[in-house]
Design a protein around this ligand. Structure first.
Ligand code: C5P
Length: 225
């Protein structure tokens, strides 16, 4: 069996905590990638630290959402960091996602669909009349059209996405059994996500909470069995 691939969300501004995450994820049973989001990317030490990383899978969760020219320029501006993955909201439109793909070089461009913190009620509040599943399907079609390398969706939409998008499916909204959802709405356990066809999962709080990373990883390994 292939080793499960986990993107650990390095959601902190503390370099000390990030170093601890990296140290404690050296585990031979799993493949770890390191996902840096807006918190760390915008922190004082963020960029410099990421540029020092060697031989790691690094994921820049920029969640770009802007006009095509700005999105493409942003990708070019971080080329020196050699990200393996960078995210853009598919809701930026077909032209914007295509523009990023064009300048990405070896970096995989990941299209983010409807955030896992939203449900049908929250979509109505923003004025979207379709339900989550339908919107995600539309967005997966666009990702396919733009030849994106991966998609981010909740594990609840993997089966829908798979019908139209044939590359990597990365799912946040993951909780070890018994953990609280927090601000997430559309969640599953890692085992359920992989069983549904996720190629990798994103895990933050379930793994880094209370600094018990090693213990949480052992729980993850047990749950995946
Ligand atoms: O702590 P938790 O596991 O909920 O963290 C999820 C991570 O995945 C966060 O870093 C969040 O920014 C990111 N993410 C998400 N939903 C998306 C895309 C990214 O939760 N649709």
């Amino acid at each position: 069996m292939k080793k499960p691939k986990i993107f650990i969300a390095c959601d902190t501004t503390s370099l000390k905590k990030i170093k601890k995450i990296i140290k404690e994820t050296q585990n031979s049973k799993l493949i770890f990638g390191y996902k840096f989001g807006l918190q760390f990317l915008n922190s004082k030490n963020g960029r410099k630290f990421i540029s020092s990383l060697k031989d790691k899978i690094i994921f820049g969760d920029y969640k770009l959402a802007d006009i095509p020219n700005t999105c493409a320029s942003a990708i070019k501006a971080v080329r020196d960091l050699r990200f393996n993955y960078i995210t853009i909201h598919i809701s930026s439109g077909l032209k914007a996602i295509k523009a990023t793909k064009k300048v990405a070089g070896r970096t995989k461009i990941v299209g983010v669909t409807i955030l896992t913190s939203l449900d049908n009620k929250s979509l109505k509040e923003i004025g979207f009349n379709r339900e989550v599943k339908k919107l995600v399907l539309y967005q997966a079609r666009l990702a396919s059209k733009a030849k994106l390398d991966a998609i981010v969706c909740s594990p609840q939409e993997i089966k829908i996405v798979k019908k139209v998008f044939k590359k990597e499916i990365i799912t946040p909204g993951i909780r070890l059994s018994g953990d609280s959802k927090g601000d997430q709405k559309r969640v599953m356990t890692p085992k359920q996500a992989f069983e549904n066809g996720a190629t990798s999962v994103v895990m933050g709080r379930s793994l880094i909470k209370k600094g018990n990373i090693k213990k949480n990883i052992q729980k993850l390994i047990r749950e995946l069995k």
